[in-house]
Write a protein that binds this ligand. Structure first.
Ligand code: GCU
Length: 444
C-alpha cells in the first residue's frame, strides 16, 4: 500500500514539475498544461532497454514505389534514389529553395595565420540573400600553411560560435543570438571573450591541420537561431517564399543542411580547397543536418555523423531512446509541422533512417556512436549503417564489413565505417582520430 502511495506521489510530483516547466515555456495555462501532460505521457514511453525494442520491419530500400525490385545501379540512380529523396523532403525535413543566384559569392573579412604558423586562417562572410540585412554565414576556414596542392576539407556547423572552436585569438566573436550559457561564455544572448575555446575539445583543429586537412565551420545561428521562434530572424524568414507553395517547406534542420551547401558553394571556389574532397561532418543535431546535406548534395565527397541519433543515423522504428514524438515535442522547429503526424506512429513512416544513409551511397560514410549515449540509440545507429550497405553493395562497394556491432574501442571500416566510443554524448579527439583514419583511406 505504502509503495503504491509512493508511486502516486512520485507521478503527481513529476507531473507537477513538468507542468511548471511547461509554464516556463508557454505562459498560456491551457497550453502549458497540455504540454506538461504530453511530456509525462511520452517520457513514460522512453525505452532504454534492448529487451523493450518492439519487433519492426524496415521499409525496403530496393523495392520501388510500385513494388518492382531494384536490381541494377542504374535503376537505383535513375529511379529509386529520387523516390526516397522525395519522401524525405515531403514527409520529414521539408523542401528547401533553389540556391540563391549569388551562388558562391562571399566577402573576405580577415586572413591570418594560426597555431604558430601551422595554419592559414580565413574568415569569409557568405550572404544568404541579396538584401544587405539578410543573414550571412561567417565561415571560418583553416588550411595547412604548408601544402603542395589543394587539400581535402572537413566542413561542419558549430554549436557555440566560431570563437568557441579554439583559443586562436584572431577568430571574430559571433555577433549573433546565442542561447545563454555560462559554461560557453554567453551572456545576454551574446558571445563574450570568455567563450573563446569553450568547445575546443570538439574541434582539434591543429591536429586535423597537421594531418594535411583543412577545417571549415560556421555557427548554427548564422543560418537560423536554434529555438522555436528562430524562423522569424533566420534564413527561413527570407527564403521560404522561394519554395513552391505546393511543397512542404523546410524546418531548421533543412535550413542548416541548405546552409552547408551554401558554404560548399564558396569552398569549391576557394584556392587551396580541393572542391572534390569536401567532407561534411556534424555532431548530434548538427549530425542530423550533415546527413541531410550529404543526402541531397552529391558534391559532398564524404559524410560523417557523430551521435546524431533520432532523425539522424538511428532507426526510428526501434523507438529506443529519443523518439519522434519526443523530438517533435522538444524541438518543434527542426521539422515541418507535417512531420508531427508520425509522433507515436513510426510504422506509418514510408522511410526509415537507413534510407537517409543510403542516399549517400556510394560515397564514403562514417557513423560514430558513444556507449553511454543511449538517448541517441547507438545500436540503432549501427543497424541503420549496416542496412544502408545494401545500396553500397548494389553500387559495387562494400558497406559495413561486419554484421556484429563492434565493442567499445573498436572500429570497422569499408566504404561505410562505424565505431562505438566508450563514454558519453560528445565528439572528442578519439572520434576525430578515427574519422581521419577513414578519410585517409578514402579521400587522400
Ligand atoms: C537533444 C536532442 C537530440 C540532439 C541533442 C544535441 O538531446 O534530444 O536530438 O541530437 O540534443 O544536439 O545535442
Amino acid at each position: 500500500m505504502r509503495s503504491i502511495l509512493r508511486w502516486v506521489i512520485r507521478i503527481v510530483g513529476a507531473g507537477f514539475a513538468i507542468y511548471l516547466v511547461g509554464l516556463m515555456i508557454s505562459p498560456d495555462l491551457r497550453e502549458s498544461t497540455r504540454f506538461g501532460f504530453a511530456f509525462v505521457r511520452i517520457a513514460a514511453q522512453v525505452k532504454l532497454d534492448e529487451q523493450e525494442v518492439p519487433s519492426y520491419r524496415l521499409p525496403d530500400l530496393l523495392a520501388g514505389a510500385d513494388g518492382r525490385p531494384i536490381t541494377t545501379a542504374e535503376e537505383w540512380r535513375e529511379g529509386r534514389r529520387g523516390e526516397i529523396l522525395s519522401l524525405f523532403r515531403d514527409q520529414v525535413y521539408g523542401h528547401a529553395p533553389e540556391p540563391p543566384p549569388e551562388y558562391g559569392h562571399f566577402e573576405e573579412r580577415e586572413t591570418g595565420t594560426a597555431f604558430s604558423g601551422a595554419a592559414v586562417r580565413r574568415q569569409l562572410s557568405i550572404p544568404l540573400a541579396e538584401d544587405s540585412d539578410a543573414p550571412a554565414l561567417e565561415l571560418l576556414l583553416y588550411l595547412p600553411a604548408e601544402r603542395s596542392g589543394p587539400v581535402p576539407v572537413f566542413l561542419g556547423i558549430n554549436f557555440w560560435g566560431n570563437q568557441s572552436t579554439s583559443l586562436d585569438s584572431g577568430v571574430r566573436l559571433s555577433e549573433r543570438w546565442l542561447p545563454n550559457d555560462r559554461e560557453h561564455g554567453v551572456r545576454d544572448h551574446r558571445a563574450t571573450e570568455a567563450s573563446r575555446g569553450t568547445s575546443q575539445s570538439r574541434w582539434p583543429i591543429e591536429f586535423i591541420v597537421s594531418r594535411g586537412y583543412g577545417v571549415a565551420t560556421f555557427y548554427r545561428g548564422d543560418a537560423e537561431p536554434d529555438h522555436p521562434e528562430g524562423h522569424r530572424t533566420g534564413v527561413r524568414a527570407i527564403r521560404t517564399k522561394d519554395i513552391p507553395t505546393d511543397k512542404t517547406p523546410w524546418g531548421t534542420l533543412g535550413a542548416w543542411a541548405w546552409s552547408l551547401s551554401r558554404a560548399l558553394d564558396t569552398l569549391v571556389t576557394t584556392p587551396g580547397v580541393d572542391a572534390e574532397r569536401v567532407i561534411v561532418i556534424g555532431h548530434s543535431r548538427l549530425g542530423k543536418a550533415a546527413l541531410w546535406a550529404a543526402a541531397q548534395d552529391e558534391r559532398f565527397a564524404m559524410a560523417i555523423s557523430n551521435d546524431s541519433g533520432c532523425m539522424g543515423a538511428a532507426l526510428s522504428r526501434r523507438r529506443f531512446g529519443e523518439t519522434i514524438a519526443f523530438v517533435n515535442m522538444l524541438f518543434p522547429h527542426w521539422f515541418p509541422p507535417a512531420f508531427d503526424v508520425y509522433s507515436e506512429d513510426e510504422d506509418a513512416l514510408p522511410i526509415d533512417q537507413h534510407m537517409l544513409l543510403a542516399l549517400i551511397a556510394p560515397r564514403p560514410l562514417y557513423v560514430a556512436s558513444a556507449s553511454e549515449d543511449l538517448w541517441a540509440d547507438p545500436r540503432g545507429e549501427f543497424l541503420s549503417a549496416h542496412a544502408a550497405g545494401e545500396v553500397y553493395h548494389l553500387l559495387g562497394e562494400e558497406g559495413l564489413p561486419d554484421d556484429e556491432m563492434p565493442a567499445p574501442g573498436e572500429d570497422v571500416m569499408a566504404r561505410i565505417g562505424y565505431h562505438l566510443r566508450a563514454g558519453k554524448h560528445d565528439i572528442t579527439q578519439y572520434d576525430w582520430e578515427r574519422f581521419l583514419k577513414f578519410a585517409d583511406q578514402h579521400i587522400r
